[in-house]
Write a protein that binds this ligand. Structure first.
Ligand code: MOS
Length: 759
C-alpha cells in the first residue's frame, strides 16, 4: 500500500483505508458470536408477556420435554449471585431471575439451554408464566407515572443550568416564542445482533460479547458473580454497530454465565431482534418546552429549556442535554430544568449523541422559529448571537469554529440562492425548502493504556483494550504508531477488544480517538527513547550525535546532522530483537485515582463543560434541502451539506464516514424512526427492521462533508476533538426547518411524516 509512498511522518490526517476493511468485507473479521468454541450449547430467552406485576409461577414442563434441552435457568436460579446495578457500566438495576417482580414487557423470565439453537428457541417459545398483573403506565400521558426532577436523582445528570434573571428578561423581550417539541422512542437496531457466549475453564470465565467497555464489564460481571475480576475476560474483537447499545452491560451476561456453569459447557445466546427491544437499552421519548426572548435587532435576551424524559420505574436514566443547549448561544439569561417520568418500561440508555440529539433538535427548531418571528435569516440570527464566552460560567471555548462552519457550508450549499419567503421555491410538482441547524458535541478524553512492540524487522504491534465499533479507531491507532515509529502502515497490527489487553475507557462519548491515540503516542515515545539512547551511545551507530535531533523514518533513525542508522543496526547494538513499552495516559485535570479507576473499569471523562479552564466542544453547521410533492406530500431529502470543525483530523476518510453516517441517521430521526407503543400493554409494536424505519440508500442523495481546519492544543495532547457523534446532532432540526420553509408547516414532533403535511 501507499504506493505513492508518502513519508510515514505524514501518516496522520491521511485518508488511509481501514486496516480491517478487507477482513470485514470478506467475512473474515470474527465478531463475538462467530468465534468458534468446542462443545457449544445454545441459549434462548423467554420473556415476560406483561409489563407490570409479579410472576406467581413459571411453567417449564413443556419446554423441558423438547428433545435436546439441557437446562433451564429461571426465576430463583440466581441465588448467590449479586443483582445488576444501574449506572455507566450496568444498564439497569432490574434483576430478572433474581426476583419475581416484572418491571416491563419483554423482561427475561427464563433462559433455555439446548444442544441446538433450534431446540432452545422451540423450548423457550413453550414457556408460560402465571402473573399477578397490574395496569402498566406506558409513558408520557399514561396514568400512574411518577415525575421527579433529574438533578440530584441521577448519577448521569449533572445539574440544571441558570444565568441571570430569565423571568424578567423574557417578560421584557420585544419578540418571543414559547413552543413545545418532542422526540419519539427510538431503538437500537445494530446489524450485529446482541449476544453472549460464556466459556468456563475451571474458575476462569471468558465471555465473548459485543461490547464498548470490556474492562468495565469484566469488573461488573465479576462483581455480580462474586468472583475475582482476574478470573474474568471479556472478548469483543469487532462490533457490528454499537452507538451506545453495547456500552452498559445488561442482565443477560451474568445469566448466560450462570447457565454455562450449570451445564458445564460453553453457552451461546444470540438475542432475536424482537427480544432486543425489551432486553437492551434504547432512546426513550423526550418532550421539550422552549422559550426564547429577543430584542428587535435579533439579540437573544432570554432562553429557557425544560425537558422531560421517560425512564423505567426503578432507574433514573436521563440524557439531559440542557448543559449544551444552555451554553450554545449568547443568551443573556438562561433557565433550564430536566424532569424524569418513570413508567413501566425497560431502562433506556445511551444512543448516538445521547444528551445533544433530542435537546439540540428542540433548540435548533426553536431557533429557526425565532428567526422567522424576527424576520431574520436563520444563519444571520445565529451569527448575531455567537458568544465570546459560554453564558453559564463565563468560561471561554477552547476553540469554537461555528461561524466558519456556517460560512463554508452555506457557500457550498448555495444558501444565498434561497428565497426567504415560505413556499416560494418550487420545482414543478415539488415544493422546495431549505433549512439549517447547528451541530455540537462535547470533546472529552479519559485515561487509557497501551502497549507497543517494535521488532528489528520493523514490525509493530499495538495493544489496547479499546473497541473497534466501526469508527476506525484501530486504523488511527495504527497510523499513530506508524507515524511515530517511522514504519509503513502495512507493518503495523493492532489488537483491541479484549479485557486482557491494556485497559481503555468505554468507547462512548466520542472519546476513543483522543484517548487511544494519546496512549499509543506515549508508548511509541517510550520505544523511541530507548532506541535513540542506544543509537547515540558509544557503541551505537550514531555515536557522537548525542546533541542532534532524532526522528524515525522509513525504518531508520535519522539525525538532523545528516547521519542516519538502520533500525536493525540499532537493535543489533542492543542485542535484542524487539522493544516493548507500556504507557498510561491521563488527561489534564485527572484525579489522583484516575488510573486506578481505569484498571477497575471506570472511565473518568475530562472535557466538555466539566473543565475549569475552558469549554471543550466540537461544532458543525448542517444545511438541508427538502422536496415535498405538492400532491402526495412525499418528503425527500435530495441534499445535505455539513461543515464540521473537530480539531485535528486523524484520518479524513474515517472522519468523513462518521460524519456522513451521522447525517444519514439524522434523516432517519427526522423522517423515519419511531418505536410505536401499545399503550394498554406498554409493549413495543414495530420490533423489527420491516416496521422500524431507517433511511436506506434511496433516501440519501447528495451528501457533502466539509472538514473545517481547526487547531486546538487545549483539548488534549493529540489535538483531537471527537466526531463520532457530532454529525447527527442538528440534522433533524435542519430538516424540520426546511419542511417549514417549503410548506409553512412547523412540525415540532418527530418524526415528520406525510400525514403531518396533508391537513
Ligand atoms: Mo455513544 S451513545 O457515547 O456510544
Amino acid at each position: 500500500m501507499n504506493q505513492a509512498a508518502p513519508a510515514p511522518k505524514e501518516n496522520m490526517g491521511n485518508p488511509v483505508p481501514r486496516i480491517d476493511a478487507r477482513l470485514k468485507v470478506t467475512g473474515q473479521a470474527g465478531y463475538s458470536a462467530d468465534l468458534p468454541t468446542a462443545n457449544m450449547a445454545y441459549g434462548a430467552l423467554a420473556t415476560s408477556s406483561i409489563a407490570k406485576g409479579s410472576i406467581t409461577a413459571v411453567r417449564l414442563e413443556r419446554a423441558r420435554k423438547v428433545p435436546g434441552v439441557l437446562d433451564i435457568v429461571s426465576v430463583g436460579d440466581m441465588d448467590g449471585i449479586d443483582k445488576p446495578k444501574f449506572g455507566n457500566t450496568g444498564a439497569s438495576s432490574i434483576a430478572p431471575l433474581h426476583d419475581k417482580a416484572i418491571f416491563h414487557d419483554g423482561q427475561i423470565i427464563a433462559l433455555v439451554v439446548a444442544e441446538t439453537f433450534e431446540a432452545a428457541e422451540e423450548a423457550a417459545a413453550l414457556i408460560r408464566a402465571d402473573y399477578a398483573e397490574e395496569t402498566p403506565s406506558a409513558g408520557f400521558d399514561s396514568r400512574g407515572t411518577e415525575m421527579e426532577p433529574a438533578a440530584g436523582k441521577s448519577p448521569l445528570f449533572k445539574e440544571d443550568v441558570k444565568a441571570g434573571d430569565f423571568d424578567a428578561a423574557y417578560a421584557a423581550a420585544a419578540v418571543k416564542i414559547d413552543e413545545k417539541y418532542s422526540t419519539p422512542t427510538q431503538h437500537h437496531n445494530p446489524i450485529e445482533l446482541f449476544s453472549t457466549t460464556a466459556v468456563w475453564q475451571g474458575d476462569q470465565l471468558t465471555v465473548y460479547e459485543p461490547s464498548q467497555n470490556v474492562t468495565g464489564w469484566k469488573a461488573e460481571l465479576a462483581r455480580q458473580l462474586k468472583i475475582d475480576p482476574a478470573n474474568v475476560r471479556i472478548v469483543s474483537p469487532y462490533v457490528g454497530g454499537a452507538f451506545g447499545s453495547k456500552g452498559p452491560m445488561t442482565a443477560r451476561t451474568a445469566i448466560v454465565a450462570v447457565a454455562a456453569r450449570r451445564v458445564g459447557r460453553p453457552v451461546r445466546c444470540v438475542v432475536s431482534r424482537i427480544q432486543a427491544y425489551g432486553t437492551q437499552t434504547y432512546r426513550a421519548e423526550t418532550r421539550h418546552r422552549i422559550r426564547i426572548g429577543a430584542n428587535q435587532d435579533g439579540r437573544i435576551t432570554a432562553f429557557a429549556h425544560e425537558g422531560w424524559e421517560v425512564t423505567s420505574r426503578p432507574d433514573p436514566y436521563v440524557v439531559g442535554g440542557t448543559s449544551a443547549t444552555g451554553r450554545m448561544y449568547d443568551y443573556g439569561s438562561v433557565l433550564t430544568h430536566v424532569s424524569l417520568v418513570h413508567a413501566d418500561r425497560n431502562t433506556p440508555g445511551y444512543m448516538r449523541s445521547p444528551p445533544e440529539t433530542p435537546y439540540v433538535y428542540a433548540l435548533e427548531n426553536a431557533m429557526d422559529e425565532m428567526a422567522v418571528a424576527l424576520g431574520m435569516d436563520p444563519v444571520e440570527f445565529r451569527r448575531v448571537n455567537e458568544p465570546q464566552k459560554e453564558p453559564i460560567g463565563g468560561k471561554p471555548f477552547s476553540s469554537r469554529s461555528l461561524v466558519k462552519c456556517y460560512d463554508q457550508a452555506a457557500e457550498a450549499f448555495g444558501w444565498s440562492k434561497r428565497e426567504a419567503a415560505v413556499g416560494s421555491m418550487r420545482d414543478g410538482d415539488w415544493l422546495v425548502g431549505m433549512g439549517c441547524a447547528t451541530a455540537i458535541y462535547p470533546t472529552a478524553a479519559a485515561p487509557c493504556a497501551a502497549r507497543v512492540r517494535l521488532t528489528t524487522d520493523g514490525e509493530v504491534r499495538v495493544q489496547c483494550g479499546s473497541h473497534e465499533i466501526g469508527t476506525g479507531v484501530r486504523t488511527v491507532a495504527a497510523q499513530m504508531a506508524a507515524e511515530r515509529l517511522g514504519i509503513e502502515m502495512d507493518k503495523v497490527s493492532v489488537e483491541m477488544g479484549d479485557s486482557a489487553l491494556p485497559p481503555a475507557p468505554v468507547s462512548g462519548g466520542s472519546i476513543s480517538t483522543a484517548s487511544v491515540c494519546s496512549a499509543v503516542l506515549k508508548a511509541c515515545d517510550a520505544v523511541r527513547a530507548k532506541l535513540f539512547a542506544a543509537a547515540v551511545a558509544e557503541a551505537g551507530p550514531l555515536a557522537g550525535s548525542g546533541n542532534a535531533k532524532l526522528e524515525m523514518s522509513q525504518e531508520k533513525i535519522v539525525a538532523d546532522n545528516g547521519k542516519s542508522a538502520k533500525l536493525s543496526d540499532v537493535f543489533k547494538t542492543m542485542q535484542i530483537g524487539a522493544i516493548e513499552e507500556y504507557a498510561e495516559f491521563a488527561p489534564k485535570g485527572s484525579s489522583p485515582e484516575a488510573l486506578k479507576k481505569l484498571y477497575a473499569g471506570q472511565s473518568e471523562f475530562h472535557g466538555g463543560d466539566q473543565d475549569k479552564d475552558s469549554m471543550k466542544y466540537a461544532f458543525g453547521a448542517e444545511f438541508v434541502e427538502v422536496r415535498i410533492n405538492s400532491h402526495t406530500r412525499e418528503i425527500r431529502v435530495p441534499r445535505i451539506v455539513g461543515a464540521f470543525a473537530a480539531g485535528r483530523i486523524m484520518n479524513t476518510r474515517t472522519a468523513r464516514s462518521q460524519l456522513m453516517g451521522g447525517m444519514i441517521w439524522g434523516i432517519g430521526q427526522a423522517l423515519h424512526e419511531a418505536t410505536e407503543i401499545d399503550k394498554r400493554h406498554a409493549r413495543y409494536v414495530n420490533r423489527d427492521l420491516q416496521d422500524y424505519l431507517v433511511p436506506v440508500n434511496a433516501d440519501v442523495k447528495q451528501l457533502e462533508v466539509i472538514l473545517v481546519p481547526e487547531i486546538d492544543h487545549e483539548v488534549n495532547p493529540a489535538g483531537v476533538k471527537g466526531l463520532g457523534e457530532l454529525g447527527n446532532v442538528g440534522t433533524a432540526a435542519a430538516v424540520a426547518s426546511a419542511v417549514y420553509h417549503a410548506t409553512g408547516k412547523r412540525i415540532r414532533d418527530l418524526p415528520i411524516r406525510i400525514d403531518h403535511l396533508i391537513v
